[in-house]
Write a protein that binds this ligand. Structure first.
Ligand code: 4NP
Length: 153
């Protein structure tokens, strides 16, 4: 079965779009056939493009994400995706709370894939400065690379 990975943060405008972009890059590099999307546990930004600071850090790293549109996680996501990957521990707790009884997706944290960072959250950069988004990008790439390598095996 072709893997399908959904990255989930709170607003789907900062962290999960960057995880999606980093993972798309890495999957392409590895020749991994995978469906990829991102969503938020909250719906306040539904329909919005990623935060301009997230778009900027992605662009600096060679990826265009301005066409992404935020959306809220749906019950169907838990059946459609093989893996739902939360960016922080609150997101993971919320996902566990809203998962339907017939959910089949495997839930994890992005940094669970990274040796030495199991159980760690990717910090929310929304209320910080632009430099925070460089840290988010680095975390997104670290997680995406380890996760993609794991799925190739
Ligand atoms: P994200 O960041 O969860 O990484 O997309 C946030 C975006 C928006 C809000 C919080 C976090 N907000 O409260 O609107």
């Amino acid at each position: 079965m072709k893997p399908a990975v959904l990255f989930v943060c709170l607003g789907n405008i900062c962290r999960s779009p960057l995880a999606e972009a980093a993972f798309r890059q890495e999957a392409e590099r590895l020749g991994l056939a995978v469906e990829v999307d991102s969503a938020g546990t909250g719906g306040w930004h539904a329909g919005d493009p990623p935060d301009s600071r997230a778009q900027a850090v992605a662009r600096r790293n060679g990826v265009e994400i301005g066409h992404y549109q935020a959306r809220k996680v749906t019950p169907d996501d838990f059946r459609r995706f093989t893996h739902i990957v939360a960016l922080d521990r609150d997101n993971l707790a919320d996902l566990k709370r809203i998962a339907p009884a017939d959910a089949t997706a495997e839930l994890s944290l992005l940094l669970d894939a990274v040796e030495g960072r199991v159980g760690k959250s990717v910090a929310d950069p929304y209320y910080g400065d632009a430099a925070g988004f460089d840290i988010t990008w680095r975390d997104a790439v670290a997680g995406a690379q380890c996760l993609a390598r794991r799925l190739v095996r």
